[in-house]
Design a binder for this molecule. Structure first.
Ligand SMILES: Cc1cc2nc3c(=O)[nH]c(=O)nc-3n(C[C@H](O)[C@H](O)[C@H](O)COP(=O)(O)OP(=O)(O)OC[C@H]3O[C@@H](n4cnc5c(N)ncnc54)[C@H](O)[C@@H]3O)c2cc1C
Length: 444
């Protein structure tokens, strides 16, 4: 198969990147699953926007504070300043963000934000955004969307990427020759037993990058969401009780129904506090009380949470629900620059699989959809600029031996193991580095 640009992944970052590329370029988007099965469809809370210039400093500081000041400041600046432009595109695609009584965009607040600056659509913001981007992509004759097709490897030589090896829906193997390749493969939740992510998001692009010596960054920086619905049944995916619920007033209680923590702490600190409380109480969960939120608001702003809890046997207007932390977001990833270029030529990475340093050590709530879109657009712009310099090497495809990929299950298993091993190693390095830092501080 031949294409101009190959995009691996049909979440918001892959689709939006495709829409920013010129109509005379043939773009192929492949996805491991169906088009709706991406984490982008699951985002509940919302998407940040710089609503007025006066909020810039506070938004910047909130992002850095949540990220433990390990953020790449230029990335943060780019993300914040580009937010209005991205929102303008989304509104043009027909995305229906909540409006106030004057018809102006309405904003909500989540943990660790010092003010309301988050756009939302009920509690299904990701679905609202991504379904409109997807509909737009389907209208473009130059964009081909291929479901149930998995990238198994990239095709590269001397640090230049020329496309990928794929497994198609019918199980046959093929190569895709492309001028540019974009990884938009999402997070790593599928590597964990408890995660809010789709199970098929297993960090494949990370394993492939490791194989080809493409640089990675902060791959031990994984965010655990403090509040997912606790169920005794072994569920595939943990259901998220959005941060905005706490932003709107929900409280957390220990086993004696006593508050034990500030519910608006950044996610990592809140997660630590919940785990500590569970250990102290000898429980598998803590309680979350949504009753401080007025019933009308609860039902209009969070209908899906209300419905899910109801299905699980809980009436949130009358009783508390059990919640527990679960893996949620991947701050680290394939190292990219501010234009989303990886360390390999003609290869880009966007969305959750990429790491431009915007989130530092911990992501501020509702920054990830925005970051995914902003840096996907930047990747597209850079691809356009670099088109005249593109290198081609059709002969390389004659050297690919597809027999090397005939056992995709085994390959997937080995990819998972390699990524987990690398993450563990990096976690240990970070731990030693943190301990050395603490000792140094004490000595001072
Ligand atoms: C429950 C939940 C709630 C969230 N809420 C919010 C929120 O309120 N606000 C916010 O900003 N963020 C939120 N997030 C995070 C946000 O949704 C994601 O970070 C973002 O959508 C990632 O987009 P993406 O395009 O990078 O990846 P995804 O949308 O996950 O898409 C990844 C794509 O890659 C494909 N893929 C993976 N591997 C391969 C392969 N080997 N071959 C082919 N295709 C492959 C997948 O099939 C999929 O199409 C939430 C996440 C979850 C899970």
């Amino acid at each position: 198969m031949k294409t101009d640009v190959l995009i691996i992944g049909s979440g918001c970052s892959g689709l939006y990147c495709a829409l920013q590329l010129p109509a005379d370029k043939k773009i192929t988007i492949i996805t491991k699953s169906d088009l709706e099965s991406s984490d982008s469809f699951l985002a509940q809370g919302g998407m940040c926007m710089l609503k007025e210039d006066a909020d810039y400093d506070s938004y910047f500081e909130d992002t850095l504070k949540a990220g433990h000041y390990e953020n790449d400041k230029k990335s943060v600046d780019i993300m914040i300043r580009s937010s209005k432009d991205v929102v303008k595109d989304l509104l043009n695609y027909g995305v229906d963000f909540q409006r106030d009584e004057n018809g102006e965009l309405a904003y909500t607040r989540e943990g660790a934000h010092s003010t309301k600056r988050i756009l939302f659509h009920e509690d299904i913001t990701g679905k609202e955004i991504t379904s409109h981007i997807l509909a737009q992509a389907k209208k473009c004759p130059n964009i081909t969307l291929i479901e149930h097709t998995t990238m198994l490897d990239i095709v590269c030589k001397e640090n230049v990427c020329y496309g990928a090896v794929i497994r198609k829906e019918d199980g046959t193997l093929d190569t895709v020759e492309a001028d540019f390749t974009v990884f938009a493969t999402g997070g790593v939740g599928g590597l964990y037993r408890h995660s809010t992510n789709f199970r098929h998001l297993t960090g494949d692009a990370l394993a492939i990058s490791m194989h080809h010596h493409i640089k990675l960054k902060d791959i031990d920086y994984v965010q655990i969401h403090p509040t997912t619905f606790y169920s005794e049944k072994p569920e595939d995916r943990s259901f998220l009780i959005s941060e905005s619920v706490r932003g709107e007033g929900a409280k957390l209680y220990d086993k004696n129904m006593k508050r034990f923590v500030n519910e608006l702490l950044p996610r990592d600190l809140l997660t630590e506090a919940i785990f500590a409380q569970m250990e102290k109480d000898g429980t598998d969960f803590v309680w979350e009380d949504l009753r401080p939120i007025p019933i009308d608001e609860l039902k209009s702003h969070f209908p899906n949470i209300v419905k899910h809890c109801e299905e699980m046997g809980y009436d949130v207007t009358k009783e508390c629900i059990p919640v527990v932390p679960a893996q949620h977001y991947f701050m680290g990833g394939i190292k990219v620059n501010h234009k989303s270029r990886t360390s390999m030529k003609q290869l880009y990475a966007v969305g959750e699989t990429a790491c431009n340093g915007v989130h530092g050590r911990n992501r501020l709530a509702s920054n990830s959809l925005l970051e995914s879109l902003v840096f996907a657009k930047r990747a597209a712009k850079d691809i356009i600029l670099n088109y005249p310099l593109v290198k081609k090497d059709p002969q390389i495809f004659e050297t690919i031996n597809l027999n090397d990929y005939t056992n995709p299950e085994l390959l997937a298993e080995s990819y998972k193991k390699q990524v987990l091993k690398k993450m563990k190693k990096q976690r240990e390095k970070t731990r030693l580095h943190d301990e050395a830092g603490k000792k140094h501080k004490k000595q001072k």
